[in-house]
Design a protein around this ligand. Structure first.
Ligand code: BTN
Length: 265
Protein backbone atom coordinates (compact mmCIF):
# COMPACT_ATOMS: atom_id res chain seq x y z
CA UNK A 1 0.00 0.00 0.00
CA UNK A 2 1.56 3.31 -1.11
CA UNK A 3 2.37 5.78 1.64
CA UNK A 4 0.69 3.66 4.35
CA UNK A 5 3.37 4.96 6.71
CA UNK A 6 2.99 8.63 5.67
CA UNK A 7 6.42 8.39 4.05
CA UNK A 8 5.90 11.41 1.77
CA UNK A 9 4.51 13.59 4.55
CA UNK A 10 7.37 12.64 6.87
CA UNK A 11 9.99 13.19 4.16
CA UNK A 12 8.54 16.62 3.40
CA UNK A 13 8.44 17.63 7.06
CA UNK A 14 12.01 16.50 7.67
CA UNK A 15 13.57 17.81 4.46
CA UNK A 16 14.32 21.33 5.78
CA UNK A 17 16.07 19.83 8.82
CA UNK A 18 17.82 16.95 7.10
CA UNK A 19 18.36 17.73 3.42
CA UNK A 20 18.62 14.59 1.33
CA UNK A 21 16.85 12.38 3.88
CA UNK A 22 15.38 9.15 2.48
CA UNK A 23 12.36 7.58 4.20
CA UNK A 24 12.20 3.83 3.63
CA UNK A 25 9.68 1.28 4.89
CA UNK A 26 10.38 -2.43 4.50
CA UNK A 27 8.06 -5.33 5.34
CA UNK A 28 10.85 -7.36 6.95
CA UNK A 29 14.53 -7.01 7.79
CA UNK A 30 16.92 -8.48 10.34
CA UNK A 31 17.32 -5.17 12.17
CA UNK A 32 16.92 -1.59 11.01
CA UNK A 33 19.97 -0.55 13.04
CA UNK A 34 22.10 -3.42 11.70
CA UNK A 35 21.12 -2.41 8.19
CA UNK A 36 22.12 1.24 8.67
CA UNK A 37 25.43 0.22 10.24
CA UNK A 38 26.03 -2.08 7.24
CA UNK A 39 25.38 0.86 4.92
CA UNK A 40 27.86 3.08 6.78
CA UNK A 41 30.51 0.39 6.45
CA UNK A 42 29.74 0.38 2.73
CA UNK A 43 30.32 4.15 2.58
CA UNK A 44 26.68 5.29 2.57
CA UNK A 45 26.42 8.27 4.92
CA UNK A 46 23.25 10.07 3.79
CA UNK A 47 20.48 10.62 6.35
CA UNK A 48 17.92 7.80 6.37
CA UNK A 49 14.79 6.91 8.27
CA UNK A 50 14.39 3.15 7.97
CA UNK A 51 11.18 1.58 9.29
CA UNK A 52 10.53 -2.16 9.44
CA UNK A 53 7.12 -3.77 9.82
CA UNK A 54 8.93 -6.81 11.21
CA UNK A 55 12.47 -7.43 12.44
CA UNK A 56 13.84 -10.97 12.53
CA UNK A 57 16.95 -10.12 14.59
CA UNK A 58 16.13 -6.95 16.51
CA UNK A 59 18.93 -5.87 18.83
CA UNK A 60 18.83 -4.19 22.22
CA UNK A 61 21.47 -2.69 24.45
CA UNK A 62 24.30 -4.81 25.89
CA UNK A 63 23.95 -7.41 23.14
CA UNK A 64 20.41 -8.30 24.09
CA UNK A 65 17.70 -9.31 21.64
CA UNK A 66 14.82 -6.93 20.97
CA UNK A 67 11.60 -8.92 20.54
CA UNK A 68 8.81 -7.19 18.68
CA UNK A 69 5.19 -7.87 19.56
CA UNK A 70 3.72 -10.45 17.19
CA UNK A 71 0.99 -9.30 14.86
CA UNK A 72 -1.38 -10.93 12.42
CA UNK A 73 -2.12 -7.91 10.20
CA UNK A 74 -1.17 -4.41 11.37
CA UNK A 75 2.25 -4.07 13.09
CA UNK A 76 1.94 -4.23 16.88
CA UNK A 77 5.39 -2.68 17.34
CA UNK A 78 6.99 0.43 15.96
CA UNK A 79 10.57 -0.36 14.99
CA UNK A 80 12.74 2.14 13.17
CA UNK A 81 16.22 3.58 12.96
CA UNK A 82 17.26 7.09 12.08
CA UNK A 83 20.74 7.46 10.64
CA UNK A 84 22.45 10.82 10.19
CA UNK A 85 25.88 12.45 10.43
CA UNK A 86 26.25 14.45 13.66
CA UNK A 87 29.02 16.38 15.38
CA UNK A 88 28.02 17.30 18.94
CA UNK A 89 30.78 18.60 21.18
CA UNK A 90 29.98 15.87 23.69
CA UNK A 91 28.00 12.69 23.04
CA UNK A 92 27.20 12.03 26.71
CA UNK A 93 23.52 11.83 27.47
CA UNK A 94 22.32 11.40 23.88
CA UNK A 95 20.20 8.32 24.63
CA UNK A 96 18.58 10.25 27.50
CA UNK A 97 17.79 13.18 25.21
CA UNK A 98 16.27 10.79 22.67
CA UNK A 99 14.20 9.22 25.45
CA UNK A 100 12.95 12.64 26.52
CA UNK A 101 11.90 13.41 22.97
CA UNK A 102 10.00 10.15 22.48
CA UNK A 103 8.34 10.26 25.92
CA UNK A 104 7.16 13.83 25.35
CA UNK A 105 5.80 12.95 21.91
CA UNK A 106 3.87 9.96 23.22
CA UNK A 107 2.62 11.59 26.38
CA UNK A 108 2.92 15.38 26.11
CA UNK A 109 0.68 16.20 29.06
CA UNK A 110 2.01 13.30 31.18
CA UNK A 111 -1.41 11.74 31.58
CA UNK A 112 -0.20 8.23 30.69
CA UNK A 113 2.78 8.45 33.05
CA UNK A 114 5.48 7.61 30.50
CA UNK A 115 8.74 7.53 32.41
CA UNK A 116 12.41 7.24 31.50
CA UNK A 117 14.64 4.62 33.02
CA UNK A 118 18.31 5.50 32.69
CA UNK A 119 19.88 5.16 30.25
CA UNK A 120 17.58 4.19 27.40
CA UNK A 121 14.23 2.69 28.38
CA UNK A 122 10.71 4.07 28.30
CA UNK A 123 8.59 2.72 31.10
CA UNK A 124 4.96 2.98 32.21
CA UNK A 125 4.09 1.79 35.71
CA UNK A 126 7.47 0.04 36.00
CA UNK A 127 6.88 -1.94 32.83
CA UNK A 128 8.90 -1.49 29.65
CA UNK A 129 7.17 0.37 26.84
CA UNK A 130 10.15 0.75 24.58
CA UNK A 131 13.88 0.98 24.20
CA UNK A 132 16.51 3.05 22.45
CA UNK A 133 19.74 1.80 20.95
CA UNK A 134 22.39 4.39 20.07
CA UNK A 135 25.29 3.43 17.84
CA UNK A 136 27.86 5.54 16.02
CA UNK A 137 30.46 4.97 13.33
CA UNK A 138 33.51 7.08 12.53
CA UNK A 139 33.26 8.82 9.17
CA UNK A 140 36.95 9.72 9.00
CA UNK A 141 39.79 9.14 11.44
CA UNK A 142 39.96 11.99 13.99
CA UNK A 143 36.87 13.70 12.55
CA UNK A 144 34.44 15.20 15.06
CA UNK A 145 31.50 14.15 12.94
CA UNK A 146 30.24 10.58 13.28
CA UNK A 147 27.39 8.71 11.66
CA UNK A 148 24.75 8.24 14.31
CA UNK A 149 22.18 5.43 14.22
CA UNK A 150 19.29 5.85 16.65
CA UNK A 151 17.22 2.66 16.88
CA UNK A 152 13.84 2.89 18.56
CA UNK A 153 11.44 0.07 19.39
CA UNK A 154 8.02 0.74 20.93
CA UNK A 155 5.30 -1.70 21.93
CA UNK A 156 2.11 -0.49 20.28
CA UNK A 157 -0.24 -3.43 20.84
CA UNK A 158 -0.60 -5.94 23.64
CA UNK A 159 2.22 -8.40 24.02
CA UNK A 160 3.17 -11.47 26.00
CA UNK A 161 5.61 -11.13 28.88
CA UNK A 162 7.14 -14.54 28.08
CA UNK A 163 10.82 -14.31 27.19
CA UNK A 164 11.17 -10.69 28.36
CA UNK A 165 13.32 -9.66 31.32
CA UNK A 166 10.91 -6.83 32.15
CA UNK A 167 7.11 -6.96 32.05
CA UNK A 168 5.91 -5.08 28.98
CA UNK A 169 3.62 -2.07 28.66
CA UNK A 170 2.08 -0.97 25.37
CA UNK A 171 0.68 2.24 23.93
CA UNK A 172 -2.83 0.92 23.22
CA UNK A 173 -3.27 0.60 26.99
CA UNK A 174 -4.03 4.32 27.03
CA UNK A 175 -4.57 4.97 23.30
CA UNK A 176 -6.66 2.00 22.14
CA UNK A 177 -6.75 3.10 18.50
CA UNK A 178 -3.07 3.99 18.12
CA UNK A 179 -1.31 2.60 15.06
CA UNK A 180 2.40 2.25 14.41
CA UNK A 181 2.38 4.56 11.33
CA UNK A 182 0.54 7.33 13.21
CA UNK A 183 2.95 7.04 16.11
CA UNK A 184 5.94 7.23 13.78
CA UNK A 185 4.52 10.42 12.29
CA UNK A 186 4.10 11.93 15.76
CA UNK A 187 7.49 10.94 17.09
CA UNK A 188 9.91 11.51 14.26
CA UNK A 189 9.84 15.28 13.62
CA UNK A 190 10.37 16.22 17.29
CA UNK A 191 13.05 13.53 17.42
CA UNK A 192 15.08 15.16 14.65
CA UNK A 193 14.59 18.61 16.20
CA UNK A 194 15.72 17.34 19.59
CA UNK A 195 18.75 15.52 18.18
CA UNK A 196 19.79 18.77 16.53
CA UNK A 197 19.19 20.64 19.79
CA UNK A 198 21.39 18.06 21.51
CA UNK A 199 24.12 18.60 18.90
CA UNK A 200 24.02 22.35 19.56
CA UNK A 201 23.59 22.41 23.35
CA UNK A 202 24.33 18.93 24.70
CA UNK A 203 22.44 17.12 27.45
CA UNK A 204 22.16 20.30 29.56
CA UNK A 205 19.20 21.32 27.37
CA UNK A 206 17.40 18.11 28.39
CA UNK A 207 18.41 17.66 32.02
CA UNK A 208 15.28 19.18 33.54
CA UNK A 209 13.00 17.46 31.06
CA UNK A 210 14.65 14.14 31.87
CA UNK A 211 14.34 14.79 35.61
CA UNK A 212 10.60 15.34 35.20
CA UNK A 213 10.23 11.74 33.94
CA UNK A 214 13.13 10.02 35.71
CA UNK A 215 11.73 6.79 37.17
CA UNK A 216 14.84 5.89 39.20
CA UNK A 217 15.28 9.21 41.03
CA UNK A 218 14.67 8.71 44.74
CA UNK A 219 14.60 4.91 44.52
CA UNK A 220 16.84 2.19 45.83
CA UNK A 221 18.69 0.64 42.88
CA UNK A 222 21.01 -2.24 42.14
CA UNK A 223 23.67 -1.91 39.44
CA UNK A 224 24.62 -4.90 37.33
CA UNK A 225 27.94 -5.14 39.21
CA UNK A 226 25.91 -5.73 42.40
CA UNK A 227 26.41 -2.25 43.87
CA UNK A 228 23.36 -1.07 45.77
CA UNK A 229 22.44 2.49 46.54
CA UNK A 230 19.97 5.33 46.47
CA UNK A 231 19.49 6.99 43.09
CA UNK A 232 19.83 10.76 43.17
CA UNK A 233 18.96 11.37 39.54
CA UNK A 234 21.30 12.23 36.69
CA UNK A 235 24.03 14.84 36.42
CA UNK A 236 24.42 17.56 33.78
CA UNK A 237 26.28 15.12 31.53
CA UNK A 238 23.60 12.46 31.78
CA UNK A 239 25.53 10.28 34.24
CA UNK A 240 23.52 8.38 36.86
CA UNK A 241 24.15 9.47 40.45
CA UNK A 242 23.92 6.70 43.04
CA UNK A 243 24.62 7.25 46.73
CA UNK A 244 26.22 4.03 48.02
CA UNK A 245 27.62 2.97 51.37
CA UNK A 246 31.06 4.05 50.13
CA UNK A 247 29.96 7.42 48.80
CA UNK A 248 28.45 8.90 45.66
CA UNK A 249 28.98 6.76 42.58
CA UNK A 250 28.76 8.36 39.13
CA UNK A 251 27.67 5.80 36.57
CA UNK A 252 28.28 6.59 32.95
CA UNK A 253 29.35 3.27 31.54
CA UNK A 254 27.16 1.86 28.83
CA UNK A 255 28.10 -1.56 30.21
CA UNK A 256 26.14 -1.01 33.39
CA UNK A 257 22.48 -1.73 33.77
CA UNK A 258 20.42 -0.69 36.75
CA UNK A 259 17.21 -1.94 38.30
CA UNK A 260 15.00 -0.39 40.94
CA UNK A 261 15.04 -2.61 44.02
CA UNK A 262 11.67 -3.97 45.03
CA UNK A 263 10.85 -3.02 48.57
CA UNK A 264 9.36 -5.71 50.81
CA UNK A 265 5.59 -5.36 51.32
C1 BTN B 1 16.89 -1.81 24.34
O1 BTN B 1 15.80 -1.86 24.93
O2 BTN B 1 17.92 -2.31 24.82
C2 BTN B 1 16.95 -1.10 23.03
C3 BTN B 1 15.97 -1.65 22.03
C4 BTN B 1 16.07 -1.00 20.68
C5 BTN B 1 15.19 -1.69 19.66
C6 BTN B 1 15.18 -0.97 18.35
S1 BTN B 1 13.95 -1.60 17.27
C7 BTN B 1 14.61 -0.68 15.94
C8 BTN B 1 16.11 -0.77 16.06
N1 BTN B 1 16.58 -1.98 15.44
C9 BTN B 1 17.11 -2.83 16.30
O3 BTN B 1 17.58 -3.95 16.03
N2 BTN B 1 17.07 -2.30 17.53
C10 BTN B 1 16.47 -0.99 17.54
Amino acid sequence: MADAWFEDEIAEALAPLLPGLAVEVVPEIDSTSTELMRRVRAGRFAPVLLVAERQTAGRGRLGRTWHSAQHARAPASLTFSLGLPLAPRDWSGLSLAVGVSVAESLDASDTAGVRLKWPNDLWVEDRKLGGILIETALLQPDAAERYLVIGIGLNVGAREAAGLSTEPAWIRQWRPLATAPELLREVVLPLVRNVQLFAAQGFAAFAERFAARDTLHGREVTLSDGTEGHCEGVGWGGELLVRTASGMKTVSSSEVSVRPRRTQP
